[in-house]
Each structure stands twice: as C-alpha cells, then as structure tokens.
Design a protein around this ligand. Structure first.
Ligand SMILES: NC(=O)c1ccc[n+]([C@@H]2O[C@H](COP(=O)([O-])OP(=O)(O)OC[C@H]3O[C@@H](n4cnc5c(N)ncnc54)[C@H](O)[C@@H]3O)[C@@H](O)[C@H]2O)c1
Length: 309
C-alpha cells in the first residue's frame, strides 16, 4: 500500500520509512528538514511544512491509504519558550495533515503522541485510560492532536490509532530529542567529556528502542487498534543514575557523573503500561535496555569515527 509518513527524515520517522519499504510498501515522506536529515532514497520525499495549505492538494493527488503523522515540534522546553510556534506545527499542522488525509480518501491516520500527556499520573506504569494532565504546551498540543483525530473519525469516517510513546532511543537520535539524555550521555562519554545528572539521579523514565517503536507503527497501519490510544513503552522505570551506569558500561567509560540541581518542570517519574497494546496490536518491546544501548553506542561510535557531527 501507499503510506504517507510526515517527519520522514527524523529520528523515528526515518526508521519507520526503512521498515515500511522493507515490508514492501510504497512511501511518500513529508518533512521540512528543520531537524531531520535522513532520507531513504527509496521514498519520494516532499520537502514541505506540514502546516502548508498546499499539502492537501498534493496528498489528495497521491491518494495514500494510510498516513503516519510524526512531524512535530518535539521539545517540551521549546514549547514553553514559544507556545505559539509549538501550536502552529503541532496543532495547525495536525489539523492540516488530517484534512489532507480526508481529501485523499485515506483509510487511516496513525497519530504520534507522547507519554508527556499523562503529566504526573496517580499510578505507574500509567494505563492508556488514565486522566490526561498535560503540563506543557507540547503535551497540550499532543492531546489536541488526538482529539482532532477522533473528531475526524466521527465526522468523516477516517480511522485513527494514537500511539503514545515513552522515551524513544536508538541509532540516529540527536541530543535534542525528548529522550536526548541517552545520546547526550553517549556522545559525552565516548568523547571523554564530563556528564551531568539533574537532581539526585532518582528521576525515572521508560526507555523504548526505536526499532520496537516502528514495529508498533507498522502494526497500527492495519485495521487493528482503530479508534484507540496505545502506550508504546516497556512499563519499566530506569533511574537517571542507573541509565548513566548502563551507558558508561556500553561505552567503556568511567561511571562518574556530576550531580547538579534539578531542572524546574522535569517530571519525577514515568513508565507506561503496554498491556493493552499487546492485546490490541500484538505488540511488545523486544529490546532490553542493555542490548539496545549496546546497539546505540556502537552507532554513535561509528559516527564519531567517521567524523560526522
Ligand atoms: N523521541 C521520543 O522520545 C519521542 C517520545 C514521544 C513522542 N515522540 C514524537 O515522535 C515524533 C517523532 O519525533 P522524533 O523523536 O523522531 O523527532 P525528530 O525531530 O527527529 O523528528 C521530527 C521530524 O519532523 C520534522 N518537522 C518538524 N517540524 C516540521 C514541520 N512544520 N513540517 C514538516 N516537518 C517537520 C523534522 O524535520 C524532523 O525530521 C514526534 O511527533 C514526537 O513528538 C517522540
């Protein structure tokens, strides 16, 4: 089938394009290349803004069967600093992508959300039915995108699935992403530079490997999971201190982080419950963190040896 992938040159989007092409699908990518830079020659890449009104006509002419919407302003901090820019890309951009999907007669939209929508939940790992408590413009924009997707299903009959991603890591990630801490630690430890942990090291996150994440997307492009929100994570919490030890171990570097005061607004703990995702999509994470970090550090080592930024 023909799949349109927005954010196709980004960290997760580029892996998704590789996976869809390997599965024998045809892919059209949309990306303004504002942060992404990876382009699989097997796809037809349109360099454009997802909020560009011209998107609808172009997409309608190509008639993709499924639209995977990953393009976004991805930084929580940048969303607090410039909420209007965040809303333009993440809210207006999502409305534009949904309208393009409608005009194209697409069967389904797979919308990319974030565990940031849960804020500080009552219990961990947080279930997909938990109350949404967005604590940043970025999180609010992701909640809004899902509401738009649901509304388009009710109004126009285009199916959707929301994938709510935990902290994604793996090859091709740059230090600016939501789970940038792994690539920040990796780059610093490989270069012999000092590393810092904000707070006492007890903050936790749920780290999920990018190849597991794109497997969830590949499954969601089918009919299963229509109209639902599914967590894509391991359900496991890893503290910052433990993460540092694991990355240092994978990099063969000393495990000696400096502890600095915590950053205002950082959520204390997060892990998402993936059980419903297993039931509905048959998905579960295959990579353990140690194995996934070995793969990530090997990629970063190769990139630094090749002298790339
Ligand atoms: N990385 C994570 O841990 C994580 C966690 C939760 C959710 N997400 C979500 O996953 C998606 C992909 O994130 P990523 O980590 O691959 O980040 P990324 O920055 O690598 O990818 C985003 C891509 O979107 C493109 N883009 C940005 N603004 C655009 C615009 N206006 N028009 C067209 N293209 C635009 C960028 O150039 C980039 O290629 C995003 O929706 C993000 O919110 C990521």
């Amino acid at each position: 089938m023909l799949v349109l992938v927005t954010g196709a040159a980004g960290f997760i989007g580029s892996h998704l394009v590789d996976r869809l092409l390997a599965d024998g699908h045809e892919v059209v990518g949309v990306d303004d290349l504002s942060s992404g830079s990876t382009s699989n020659p097997g796809m037809d890449l349109w360099e454009m803004d997802v909020a560009d009104p011209a998107l609808t006509g172009r997409v309608a002419a190509r008639r993709p069967e499924v639209v995977c919407h990953l393009a976004a302003q991805v930084s929580v901090r940048a969303s607090v600093a410039d909420p209007l820019r965040d809303a333009r890309v993440n809210v207006v951009g999502t409305a534009n992508v949904l309208e393009a999907a409608r005009a194209a007669g697409a069967r389904k939209v797979v919308f990319t959300s974030s565990c940031a929508v849960y804020g500080v939940p009552d219990a961990l790992p947080v279930s997909p039915g938990a109350e949404l408590r967005p604590a940043s413009p970025y999180a609010a924009s992701k909640v809004s995108g899902e509401i738009y997707a649901r509304m388009y299903r009710d109004l126009h009959g285009i199916d959707f699935t929301t994938l709510t991603l935990a902290n994604v890591y793996g090859p091709r990630q740059t230090p600016e992403g939501e789970a940038g801490v792994i690539s920040i630690f990796t780059d610093a430890l490989l270069a012999g530079r000092p590393t810092r942990i904000f707070g006492d090291g007890g903050q936790t996150r749920d780290y999920v490997h990018v190849l597991d994440v794109v497997d969830a997307f590949a499954r969601a492009t089918g009919d299963q999971g229509g109209g639902g929100r599914f967590n894509v994570g391991t359900g496991l919490q890893t503290t910052d201190r433990k993460l540092h030890s694991l990355v240092a171990d994978a990099a063969g570097a000393p495990d000696e982080p400096e502890f600095v005061p915590p950053r205002l607004g950082d959520l204390p703990a997060m892990a998402v419950d993936p059980r419903l995702t297993r039931e509905a999509l048959g998905w579960m994470a295959k990579f353990g963190l140690r194995e996934g970090l070995a793969d990530t550090v090997a990629w970063a080592r190769e990139r630094s040896t090749a002298g790339r930024p």
